[in-house]
Ligand binder design. Structure first.
Ligand code: KIV
Length: 327
């Protein structure tokens, strides 16, 4: 999730390491067509098998919230694009994820799906879209599927088992999310690393087994000690995907804006920033502003032209002399 809401977590290091290469989608399966990158589409059953202990490469997951973001993520070779409800913090300017609705998530899921990525598209079920009963949860999950999601993600442990079973029962794959669950920010009293003591760690492991047993095909572990993430990863047969959960998970997820340097606020220690796109963008906009103010933009070549009689008829002097008409 975004630095915006994890600013309260331990700040610290996070030195460089090799980036995952493109087309890391070992285990991808045929099926969908039309990927702009020509990769084989990644499916839920293929992701479900991606345990590192079975010899698979770590899963690479990144968030995206719109069509260009999804194109970039897919071209970078990620396995899974998560339309996270961190949309709220990273794109919509909210303080927390509690502000986004199912309609907003569907709108952005559709934008991501229009990129037709080879990566699996998973959409977050927002707060209150799966808390009011199984029927409501299934209906909301279906809204995301009809918008273009191939699976949904929801937060929480044992208390979410009925919702997970109902959604999976409707043939919609579910990714779980445990540990620091941002939709519980009020109940947690802030964004804090979870499961630091032995009891909480054991409960987290039990919760992971419960939601995996309910049918989750994978689960995100956010903001938990590395040793706890390792134990949970050992305890379940589905892949764990870590964010602030150390290296033992079966995969890793980063927020697009954190990875590319587009996020605001303090950077949590688990974020590795691979580019500073904000600086590049600010420099580009400043150069444009300077060119407009100095009169060097637009140039003759960047302008459309009309025959000299048009200027004559209008009584206007042709800027910069006579020009060839351009359609
Ligand atoms: O919304 C989000 O970005 C997430 C993460 C797991 C990164 O849920």
């Amino acid at each position: 999730m975004g630095a915006a809401y994890l600013g309260g977590m331990d700040a610290g290091d996070g030195g460089p390491a090799p980036a995952a290469g493109p087309a890391a989608a070992a285990g991808a399966a045929p099926g969908r067509t039309g990927s702009p990158e020509g990769r084989r589409p990644v499916t839920v059953p293929a992701v479900r098998l991606r345990k590192r202990r079975a010899g698979h490469q770590p899963l690479v997951v990144v968030t995206a919230y719109d069509t260009p973001g999804a194109r970039i993520a897919d071209a970078g070779g990620v396995d899974v694009i998560l339309v996270g409800d961190s949309l709220a913090n990273n794109v919509l300017g909210y303080e927390d994820t509690l502000q986004v609705t199912i309609e907003v998530m569907a709108h952005h899921t559709a934008a991501v799906a229009r990129a037709r990525p080879s990566a699996l598209v998973v959409a977050d079920m927002p707060w209150l879209s799966y808390h009011l009963g199984a029927e409501d949860a299934v209906r909301n999950a279906a809204t995301l599927v009809r918008a273009g999601a191939q699976a949904v993600k929801l937060e929480g442990g044992t208390s979410r088992v009925p919702a997970i079973e109902a959604i999976v029962g409707a043939e919609i794959p579910v990714m779980g999310h445990l540990g620091l669950t941002p939709q519980s920010v009020l109940a947690m009293g802030g964004y804090r690393v979870q499961a630091r003591d032995a009891d909480a760690a054991a409960s987290l492991r039990d919760a992971a087994q419960a939601i995996a047993g309910a049918g989750c095909f994978s689960l995100v572990l956010e903001g938990v000690p590395d040793v706890v993430a390792a134990a949970v990863t050992d305890a379940v047969d589905v892949p764990t995907i870590g964010i602030g959960a150390g290296p033992a998970c079966d995969g890793q997820v980063l927020v697009y804006h954190d990875l590319l340097g587009l996020a605001h606020g303090p950077r949590p220690k688990f974020v590795r920033q691979y580019a500073d796109l904000e600086a590049v963008a600010v420099e580009a906009v400043a150069a444009y502003a300077a060119d407009v103010r100095s009169g060097t933009f637009p140039s003759d070549a960047e302008s459309y032209h009309a025959a000299p009689e048009v200027a004559e008829r209008l009584g206007a002097a042709p800027p910069g002399g006579s020009r060839t008409p351009v359609r």
